[in-house]
Design a protein around this ligand. Structure first.
Ligand code: AMP
Length: 395
């Protein structure tokens, strides 16, 4: 696996695919700069090595050229985070972009305009990728968030740099973290899958059964399993058409010697809002008119012990409706358990959508080993898929 550490960037122009697809408010200010901060180590390392950086990214989903999606809006934020001046060119291919690149000196940074102003980007157009390839000597992919897309800048462009392509530090770290869970993790390995639906996690569960010793199934997903086993789940969310699948998964897990842990009790609410009346009940005896909305205290104790007996932990998906303050306790308690296990030497990876949001919201970011920057890319990795952006560098 080639990374930026394997190349001498002195006097070279690095064409770096970053993921600067950051959220902006109505005044075009960046409201969460995590992705820019995450790309900083790669950029600084190349600059310090005597190279220059040509940064390319998409922002949002523009239809053609739309000023509201211009990367011009984020230039000052990128400058503030990198601590260096950032030049901007309002094209990402063609003469103007090429001229800006040829003027670039070692130690300088150039940001290209939004790649998705050209429909050829998402179409993975080879000619467009070739034009992009004119803008650097070495291609660096550091955009994990788009590594699952076979777009021109994430995948196709790599073919024009047969021996001069590599992963940036962020992407390398993401790959290593996933491998630590899926391949090289110290046993016992635990996966915690929560969130709303079995259907969105099914491929992950099936893939992961071969890698883990313990599986915690929490959140809304658990009710499909409980109902399939004959429990009463009241008004809790459930995918009736996935009940057979749930039973199959439990059988497969048993055959593979994977211990599955499903909550034994829940906080049930009489309405889906923060001020609803609540009671703690066994998960298979939820009264009619009530719905399970967070993990109960007995479940959290069991999960705490499982987490703390594990050496490698993957967490994807909340244990309850954590967006409502009164139903965030289970997710927070699980975060605390994982933080404790991590402190005691376990490797913990948090990835994929809502669990990342929860980890940030409740301040666990620095208490787990790694928080993934890619939602869809992380989920596809956990499903066992080889991401095109990663394969293109390895080829
Ligand atoms: P996912 O995107 O599949 O990881 O699902 C995350 C969502 O699942 C969050 O918005 C949670 O509010 C929701 N969720 C978790 N537990 C429950 C539950 N018991 N009932 C309804 N929604 C839930």
């Amino acid at each position: 696996m080639k990374t930026i550490n394997d190349f001498d960037f002195n006097n070279k122009k690095a064409l770096i695919r970053v993921d600067f697809n950051v959220p902006l408010n109505e005044n075009f200010q960046v409201t969460d700069a995590t992705r820019i901060v995450s790309a900083k180590p790669t950029i600084i390392k190349i600059l310090e090595g005597g190279g220059s950086c040509v940064l390319m990214s998409h922002l949002g989903r523009p239809k053609g050229v739309q000023d509201e999606f211009s990367l011009r809006h984020i230039v000052s934020k990128v400058e503030a985070i990198l601590g260096v001046e950032v030049n901007f060119v309002d094209q990402c291919v063609g003469e103007k972009a090429e001229a800006a690149v040829s003027n670039l000196k070692p130690g300088e940074v150039l940001l290209l305009e939004n790649l998705r102003f050209h429909k050829e980007e998402t179409a993975g157009d080879v000619e467009f990728a070739k034009q992009l390839s004119n803008l650097g000597d070495i291609y660096v992919n550091d955009a994990f968030g788009t590594a699952h897309r076979a777009h021109a800048s994430t995948t196709i462009v790599a073919q024009f740099f047969p021996n001069l392509k590599c992963f940036g530090s962020l992407l390398a770290q993401e790959i290593e973290s996933i491998e630590k869970v899926m391949k090289t993790g110290e046993k016992p390995v635990l996966a915690i899958l929560g969130g709303a639906k079995v259907s969105s996690k099914i491929t992950i569960i099936e893939n992961i059964l071969d890698k883990v010793d313990h599986l915690i199934i929490g959140g809304g997903m658990s009710f499909t399993f409980v109902k399939a086993q004959g429990g009463s789940i009241g008004n809790s969310i459930c995918e009736d058409d996935k009940m057979d699948l749930a039973l199959t998964i439990l059988k497969q897990a048993e055959a593979k010697n994977v211990k599955v842990h499903i909550p034994v009790d829940v906080v049930a609410a009489d309405a889906f809002n923060n001020d609803a009346n609540t009671q703690i009940v066994d998960i298979d005896k939820i009264p009619q008119g009530w719905e399970g909305i967070d993990a109960g205290p007995k479940s959290l104790e069991i999960f705490h012990d499982v987490v703390n007996a594990s050496k490698t932990i993957l967490w994807n998906g909340p244990l309850g409706v954590f967006e409502m303050e009164n139903f965030a306790k289970g997710t927070i308690a699980l975060g605390n358990s994982i933080a404790e296990a991590t402190k005691n030497g376990a490797f913990s990876l948090v990835g994929g959508g809502d669990s990342v949001a929860a980890v940030k919201q409740f301040g666990f970011e620095d208490k787990v080993s790694y928080v993934s920057t890619g939602g869809g890319a992380m989920l596809e990795s956990l499903e066992g898929k080889t991401l095109p952006g990663i394969a293109a560098i390895l080829e």
